[in-house]
Design a protein around this ligand. Sequence first.
Ligand code: ADP
Ligand code: MG
Length: 312
Amino acid sequence: MTEFGFIESIREAFAALPDNGFEGIGDDCAVLPVGGGESLVFTADMLAEGVHFLRAATSPAELGRKSLAVNLSDVAAMGARPVATLLSLSLPADATDAWATEFMRGYRELSEQYGVTLAGGDTTRSASLIAINVTAIGRAPSAHLKRRGDARPGDAIFAAGELGGSGAGLRDMLAGRCDTPSAALHRNPVPQVAEGIWLGERPEVHAMMDLSDGLASDLGHILDRSGVGAELDLDRIPVAPGADLRTAACAGEDYKLLLTAAAELADRLSADFRARFGTPLYPVGRIVPAPGLVWLRDGRPVPLDWHGFTHY
Ligand code: ADP
Ligand code: MG
């Protein structure tokens, strides 16, 4: 069973249980309206040694920052402000006190930067490998929340940053080059927290998510949940320095926001985004009624069998 097949089977198996007010499985965060027109959002992401990181190639402080960053990215993807986290650590005997102290220094540094409370967690011993689980909680006016299922035919599709930098960095690291700018980017992703909150306030933004598994794969989630298709313009995909087009389209862990917006308001949205953040929203394609993802070069369909990202 694939990861997504497994998640789908979980969703079905639990669908008949009470939801207790939660909008559950399937988006970047679960949503709980809490009254006063506000909602809380919840997300959990796990980093496993040997799968998501190699201990020898990543400093503990970087890993502390990254563990938090990937969760803040999911909160931002909803258009919400991160407020608190729970941190659970499973540490083997050879992850020394010094390792754990440095990990927490990095985690604290990013928590401070974004004003996020550490509200609890759990600490256990592990037999051999490090596992890190973070649960992040965010808050937003319910009307600002952006979901994967709200893309509409005609919408413009934007990436809120350059793509492929993290994938290029992973490639560098696996080739033993850990000191390149791309490798540093791979180990230190920057969640688009302010951007997510800002985009949440814009009603012309319809669907949003963060790019963790790569454009080719993640856009598929928006298409599936919205019951639409898309055309992507290969010549307009913003390729990060050090990356190539295929890496930009398929590699994961860029943690840039992916959004769709009403086409007639898209130029204004873009201009306002640039005025606020100094960087563009990159238009990469459009939502169409017919299901499926079509890649275009010079406006013509090209047959490409490009998919998302697999870990180490
Ligand atoms: P993301 O990449 O944004 O973190 P995922 O692809 O990991 O999202 O997960 C997709 C959806 O499935 C999310 O809504 C997530 O909460 C849910 N999910 C993933 N794993 C589980 C699980 N073991 N049990 C329940 N829900 C899960
Ligand atoms: Mg996500």
